[in-house]
Design a protein around this ligand. Structure first.
Ligand code: NAP
Length: 304
């Protein structure tokens, strides 16, 4: 039985992915900054800032997935927070690499989360694919440095995969719940121009991409993890409202208000790029949820 170590496995994606991996017959362990208990999952401690890690976590792992990172949508992006967002990702990959190297540990693969923020947040006609260069805005820089650190695993001959993730839609948690909240209480409306793309992915499809990255030895390098059918913020708002059976009668939320409220972080809701999933599809990956209607039927439909 192969062991998958998920660093940052206590978060939105990690908990779900861990369960799916156990169902598939893998042993799962996680690295966390806290002592937490999950059924059937061994938790090891680490402290990224201090560069400390329980070496047993590395010794017992066949694969490492790194999902750790300070949440980008939780707090305003003051310079301290921006540094935390960057360091928690770059330094966690660095610490994992240093320990794997020190222990001379052979791994079947190293898989790191990255984000579609790699390409920058631009509302335009361009469709970004894995060969495009990183943006030089804050998130583009974070993603570039995050991925560069993971590339060090390749120098050890370890297959390395970077999952450039879109906005993950899950049941009762994360971005979709936040979008549903105002609509539920009759104050929902599109944000800013409403034309910005929301490069989304259903949690089941994302987990299946991670599982494919584990099991498909041909996979290497960066892959976009976004649904094949792109949607704008306005179209998404309308679809959520339909699912919730709520009217949308308010005007769009003006961009300037969100800029005042959220500061630089407003970019993640006011702008958005079209991103292609062609590369992963060409590798034989089949999405369960290609369009937003099917995804919302599954994620919201059950809630009603
Ligand atoms: N969810 C999305 O829509 C989305 C979209 C694109 C990319 N991603 C990326 O995918 C990864 C996983 O996402 P997620 O939604 O599961 O994230 P999450 O729920 O915010 O959880 C990430 C985990 O990172 C750890 N963490 C938080 N702050 C940290 C810090 N300062 N230093 C070290 N570790 C820290 C936490 O684990 P402990 O508290 O147990 O240590 C947390 O459970 C993240 O890197 C995220 O950027 C997510």
């Amino acid at each position: 039985m192969k062991t998958i170590l998920i660093a940052g496995g206590s978060g939105q994606i990690g908990i779900y992915l861990g369960e799916r991996l156990i169902e598939k017959g893998y042993r799962v362990s996680i690295l966390s900054r806290r002592k937490i208990y999950f059924d059937k999952i061994q938790t090891y401690l680490w402290d990224v800032e201090k560069g400390e890690i329980d070496e047993e976590a590395i010794r017992t792992a066949d694969y490492i997935i790194n999902l750790s990172g300070a949440n980008i949508g939780e707090k305003r992006w003051c310079s301290k927070r921006k540094n935390e967002i960057l360091r928690s990702r770059v330094d966690s990959n660095k610490l994992l690499f240093e320990k794997v190297k020190l222990l001379n540990k052979s791994l079947d693969a190293f898989i790191t989360a990255s984000a579609v923020g790699y390409y920058g947040m631009q509302t335009s006609e361009k469709i970004y694919s894995e060969n495009d260069i990183p943006s030089n805005d804050f998130l583009g820089t974070v993603c570039r440095k995050w991925e560069e650190e993971s590339n060090l695993f390749e120098t050890l001959g370890i297959r390395t995969i970077k999952i450039r993730t879109g906005v993950v839609f899950n049941k009762g948690i994360g971005a979709l719940s936040k979008m549903m909240m105002p609509i539920k209480i009759y104050i929902g409306s599109p944000l800013g121009s409403g034309k910005q793309i929301v490069p989304w992915i259903h949690i089941d499809d994302l987990c299946n991409i991670y599982i494919k990255a584990i099991e498909d030895y041909q996979m290497n390098g960066a892959y976009n993890a976004v649904a094949p059918v792109n949607i704008t913020n306005k179209e998404l708002t309308i679809e959520i409202a339909k699912q919730l059976n709520r009217p949308l009668f308010l005007p769009k939320v003006p961009s300037f208000m969100l800029k005042i409220l959220l500061g630089e972080m407003s970019k993640i809701v006011l702008e958005g790029s079209m991103v292609s999933s062609e590369k992963i599809s060409k590798k034989g990956f089949v999405f369960l949820y290609k369009n937003i209607k099917n995804a919302l039927d599954d994620l919201i439909g059950l809630e009603l």
